[in-house]
Design a protein around this ligand. Sequence first.
Ligand code: ADP
Length: 253
Amino acid sequence: MTTLLETHGLTKRFDGLLAVDDLDLRVDEGEIFGLIGPNGSGKTTTLHLLTGFLRPTGGTVRYEGREVERLRPSVRASQGLVRTFQLTNVFFTFTALDNVRHTQHLHASDSVLSSIFQTPGYRAERRRLRARAHELLELVGLAPERRDVLAGNLSAGEQRRLEVAMALAADPRLLLLDEPASGLNIEETQELEGVVTELRDRGITVILVEHNMRMVLGLCTRIAVLNFGSKIADGTPAEISADESVVTAYLGA
Ligand code: ADP
């Protein structure tokens, strides 16, 4: 099994508060890895540390064997370490397709000159990207029917799947999903679970930060549980559900 991402002693302090405390994580290629914990346990801070939106106070983040904790989010994304953003990146007055096309342009490496002069290579690349956008929307179940609907008119579940398609435009090797099921009903959550399984089948490794325990226990190969910034358990869904410290943390006892 190849290790894709690893943290050692990862720590983030906000003034007096240890939001993430000496965290060791290992995510192997091909996994759906769950990161769970009660509110305020440090999940979001960890996600920011992995993707580069926050710098750690201490410790390392290794991705593909290289230390990346000092690299900017855009550099990590260009290396395939990509996250979703809860609706903050979606333009509601754009269609689903235009949202994906827009994200593709953010990640595209076309030279400015080739876009100005519209060289044959540029036109071929545009065609390839358009076909790829359709393919990504199909993968998340939005194309062809919902492709030309304004994002603001999509259902909550469809918007969440659009976010996934937009993240896929960056060609992730490791995709971090930030509470993708929040606000979704059971049916929408199941559709999303189907999408996450499909990503795994296509070889994308997934880190799932999620409150919905049923989803996490059903999908993940391994799960790490945080409480007050520290990892209190790490194991398979069966091991995690049987772990007394996890039950205690969740019940607040
Ligand atoms: P979770 O995502 O598990 O709910 P967070 O990572 O958001 O937890 O927060 C962990 C702790 O760090 C909380 O006590 C929170 O109040 C604190 N925290 C998070 N971000 C900041 C910040 N920018 N400044 C100060 N404290 C923060």
